[in-house]
Design a protein around this ligand. Structure first.
Ligand code: SF4
Length: 338
């Protein structure tokens, strides 16, 4: 463990690492993996291109030495990666790591939740954009019923997982689901987080007109529920949280578009093929897989990671707000896991 945390060019420490374990998904949500682009001929990463579990573990250990406390596994859909529980078991045992979570669309949970729980994993973020079946089926591009996700959520909750449900809200697409989703998850005591629709990648058809901001959503919710703000519990906490005054449940907002939070962004992201990105909206990554496969030792890789973080100055969302974003080719959300 280093004596001093490493910091980037605007003094942000490295605390969180999101690791994508696959670029594949069983759904085709329009804002993440639109079926027109990710069709039957799309070339996903092949097995040799993916980091092995041993490679992921080795890199994760180095990141933890440099200050990472939280790891989140993402995809694509991470539960599509074969034997994912073996990787979780390895990561959970890393000394110095205080938290590990997994983001999923929830559809495979009925099959695998028990095994996941046995690994020691306790935190799941489950993506769900609508309760209404017609809307949900249309949005996920594969006609999958919302009942399939609800079943996964119920099973995971019964096992004892701490669950957050993430809803990406788009005007005219699923904003009529805000209240039904809030009512449903409030009753279940599950935190629901509203995510502002963002311009991640180049293919999701984003424009500002489609964004339902935190302010819009909060206004709507406060007409139905009595909400109280909750103080953030740690530096760099992304969600702005509120609790229901008459119920033990919370909501949160991820306000990347309307109230950006780059100044406290402590996250690095690693793709399934071992590219490291220092921002969700990056156009360039650092090839860690080649360093590993060229036989560099831990000390040399550690130096490389320190140098990458020390040079980091990403502030894309702040720049978007001040209208200073360049027209860059960005990495796709399905590749880096959002
Ligand atoms: S835009 Fe980039 S730097 Fe800003 S909060 Fe998002 S990931 Fe972090």
């Amino acid at each position: 463990m280093l004596n001093k945390p490493i910091i980037d060019r605007i003094n942000r420490p490295l605390h969180d690492l999101r690791i994508s374990v696959t670029d594949r998904c069983n759904l085709r949500c329009e804002y993440c993996m639109p079926s027109e682009i990710f069709g039957p001929d799309y070339q996903f990463l092949c097995k040799d291109q993916l980091l092995s579990f041993n490679e992921i573990e080795r890199l994760a250990k180095l990141f933890v030495e440099l200050g990472v406390k939280k790891i989140r596994l993402t995809g694509g859909e991470p539960l599509l990666r074969q034997n994912i529980t073996d990787l979780i078991k390895k990561l959970i045992n890393i000394n110095g790591l205080s938290d590990i979570g997994l983001t999923t669309n929830g559809i495979f949970l009925p099959k695998i939740a028990k095994e996941l729980y046995k690994t020691g994993l306790r935190r799941l973020n489950i993506s769900m954009d609508a309760l209404n079946d017609d809307i949900f089926k249309r949005m996920n591009g594969r006609g999958v019923s919302s009942k399939a996700v609800l079943k996964g959520i119920n099973i995971a909750q019964e096992l004892g997982f701490q669950i957050k449900v993430n809803m990406v809200v788009q005007k005219g697409i699923n904003d009529q689901e805000i209240i039904p989703m809030a009512e449903y998850f409030r009753e279940k005591g599950i935190t629901l987080r509203f995510i502002e629709f963002m311009d991640v990648g180049n293919t999701n058809g984003w424009n500002y007109e489609k964004v339902k901001t935190k302010k819009d959503i909060y206004q709507l919710l406060s007409g139905h529920f009595d909400l109280e703000p909750v103080e953030s519990t740690y530096y760099g906490e992304v969600a702005k949280r509120y609790k229901y005054s008459d119920k033990n449940a919370e909501i949160g907002f991820i306000t990347s578009v309307s109230e950006s939070f780059c100044s406290s962004c402590t996250r690095a992201r690693m793709s399934a093929d071992g590219m490291l990105y220092t921002c969700l909206f990056a156009n360039k990554g650092f090839d860690l897989k080649t360093l590993l496969r060229n036989g560099l030792d831990d000390a040399a890789i550690r130096e490389e990671l320190i140098s990458i973080w020390n040079h980091r100055h990403d502030q894309y969302s702040d720049q978007r707000i001040s209208n200073h974003v360049d027209k860059r080719q960005k990495i796709e959300m399905s590749y880096i896991g959002g």
